[in-house]
Design a protein around this ligand. Structure first.
Ligand SMILES: Cc1cc2nc3c(=O)[nH]c(=O)nc-3n(C[C@H](O)[C@H](O)[C@H](O)COP(=O)(O)O)c2cc1C
Length: 401
C-alpha cells in the first residue's frame, strides 16, 4: 500500500525547529512527507535538515524545478497538508488566497484536509486581522489549532506558543483517519470532564478513584481534530499531556469540577461528563494529619453527598439544544443499571461500560454501549478509546445539526 502523502508546510516563525520533531513523528509512523518551507522559514532551519529528515528535495519558490510543475503537483497529490508553525503572515495569505511561493500555491491546489498550527506573539494572535483570517480558514473547513499558552520568544509569556509537536502529530493522525470529511464540529464549543476527583481527608490523604482520564483526553483530541473549540476540565490527570489546541482547566475535587464545568458550559453546544466524580466526600477536613492512636480502632469516616453535576446540567441546560452526555461505569447488571441512570439523570446520551480492576481504567481501549434518550442503543465494540470518542461525537453532531 502507498504511504499516506503529507505536505509539511513550515513558515518563518521561531518555532520552525519544532517542526523537525513533527516531521520525524510523521515519517517514523509510515507517512511520506514532503516539506515545503517558506523563504523566511529557511532563516530558522536550513533546507539540508528538511531534505535529510524527509528524504525528499526541498523547494521554496515556484521557480524551483519548474519542469516538475511543483506548484500544482505537490498539493494535488497530498492526503494532508499541515502548516506548522503557521505565521500570522501565512494565515493572512491563506485566508486571502495569495499564491506567491510554493507553500501558498500548494494550499490553493490541495483538495485534502488542511491543518494550521499557528505560533506567534500574543499581540499578533489577538489582532482582529489574524482572528478574522483564522475564522475565514475555519469556515472553509481547515482545522486551525489554538496556540498554547506559555513561554514565547525572549522573556515574554502568553498565548501564541506552538503546541507540543507530539500533540500536533496526534491531530494530524486523526484528521488523516477521517479523510476528506468536513470538520463537523467546526464553530462548536464542547466541554469535557476527564479524570477522577479526589476528596481530601487531611493534608496528605484523599478518597479517590481509579479513573486515568484517558477516555476524556481521547474525547478532547478527537473533538479538536473535528474542528471544535474544546474545554477540558481535568481532575487529577497530571500524567497526561495537554492535547493540542485544547483549553485545559485543572481541578481536584467534585465541587471544583462542578464550578469549572458550569462556567465553561454557559456557552457550550455539548457537555460530555467522562470524569469519575466522587458521589460522597468526607464530612470534615482535618487540617492536620490524622494520627494513629495506639490500642484504639480508627474513627469511622463520616461522608456527605457531593452535588450531582450530570443531573444538574441536564435539568438546567445553559443553552437550548445543548447536548449532554454522561458516562456510567458499572461493575454488574451493566445495561439495566445504565438505563435506570439515563432516566434518572435526564441526559441525552449515556455511555455505559463495565469496569473492574483490569477493565477500562488506565487502559488504552474500551468497550461500551451508548444508550440514547430516544430509546436507541449503539454498541461500540472493543477498540481504542478514540474510536468510542468518535462514536460519541457522531451522535452529538447528529443531535446538534
Ligand atoms: C526572530 C524572528 C522570529 C519570528 N517569529 C515569528 C513567529 O513566531 N510567528 C510569526 O507569525 N512571525 C514571526 N516572525 C515574523 C515572520 O518571520 C515574518 O512575518 C515573515 O514575513 C513570515 O514569512 P512567511 O509567512 O512567508 O514564512 C519572526 C521574525 C523574526 C525575525
Amino acid at each position: 500500500m502507498d504511504k499516506p502523502k503529507v505536505v509539511l508546510g513550515v513558515s518563518g516563525g521561531i518555532a520552525a525547529y519544532k517542526a523537525c520533531e513533527l516531521l520525524r513523528r510523521l515519517t517514523e509512523s509510515g507517512h511520506d512527507v514532503r516539506v515545503v518551507p517558506t523563504a523566511s522559514a529557511l532563516h530558522f532551519v536550513g533546507a539540508a535538515t528538511w531534505s535529510a529528515l524527509s528524504g525528499h528535495p526541498v523547494a521554496t519558490e515556484v521557480w524551483d524545478d519548474v519542469h516538475e510543475v511543483l506548484h500544482v503537483r505537490i498539493g494535488q497529490h497530498a492526503d494532508l497538508v499541515v502548516v506548522a508553525p503557521a505565521t500570522a503572515d501565512m494565515l493572512a495569505k491563506a485566508a486571502h488566497g495569495l499564491a506567491d511561493d510554493l507553500l501558498t500555491n500548494t494550499l490553493l491546489t490541495a483538495r485534502c484536509p488542511v491543518v494550521f498550527a499557528p505560533a506567534m506573539h500574543t499581540e499578533m494572535w489577538e489582532h482582529p486581522a489574524t482572528q478574522e483570517n483564522v475564522a475565514t480558514l475555519r469556515r472553509r473547513g481547515a482545522v486551525v489549532i489554538e496556540p498554547a499558552v506559555g513561554r514565547l520568544t525572549g522573556v515574554d509569556t502568553g498565548k501564541g506558543r506552538l503546541p507540543d509537536p507530539v500533540e500536533i502529530f496526534e491531530v494530524c493522525r486523526r484528521v488523516l483517519a477521517r479523510g476528506v470529511r468536513e470538520p463537523d464540529l467546526a464553530g462548536r464549543h464542547v466541554v469535557i470532564s476527564a479524570g477522577g476527583t479526589r476528596e481530601p481527608l487531611d493534608p496528605v490523604r484523599f478518597l479517590g478513584n481509579r479513573s486515568s482520564g484517558k477516555q476524556g483526553y481521547a474525547l478532547a483530541r478527537t473533538a479538536a481534530a473535528r474542528g471544535a473549540r474544546v474545554t477540558l476540565v481535568a481532575a487529577n490527570t497530571s500524567g497526561l499531556a495537554d492535547p493540542a489546541g485544547v483549553d485545559v482547566v485543572p481541578v481536584g475535587t467534585a465541587v471544583q469540577l462542578r464550578e469549572a464545568v458550569l462556567k465553561a458550559a454557559a456557552d457550550a453546544d455539548a457537555v460530555v461528563m467522562a470524569a469519575a466524580v466522587a458521589d460522597f466526600r468526607p464530612a470534615a477536613y482535618a487540617p492536620g494529619k490524622i494520627k494513629k492512636k495506639d490500642d484504639q480502632d480508627p474513627d469511622p469516616i463520616a461522608l456527605v453527598r457531593n452535588p450531582d453535576i450530570l443531573a444538574e446540567i441536564s435539568a438546567d441546560r445553559a443553552r437550548p439544544g445543548q447536548v449532554i452526555v454522561g458516562f456510567a461505569a458499572e461493575t454488574d447488571d451493566v445495561l439495566a443499571n445504565g438505563r435506570k441512570k439515563l432516566a434518572r439523570k435526564g441526559c441525552d446520551l449515556l455511555v455505559v461500560n463495565e469496569v473492574g480492576e483490569r477493565k477500562t481504567f488506565g487502559s488504552e481501549e474500551n468497550e461500551a454501549v451508548v444508550l440514547a434518550a430516544d430509546g436507541s442503543e449503539i454498541p461500540v465494540p472493543h477498540g481504542p478509546k478514540e474510536a468510542l470518542a468518535d462514536t460519541v461525537w457522531d451522535l452529538v453532531a447528529a443531535r446538534l445539526s
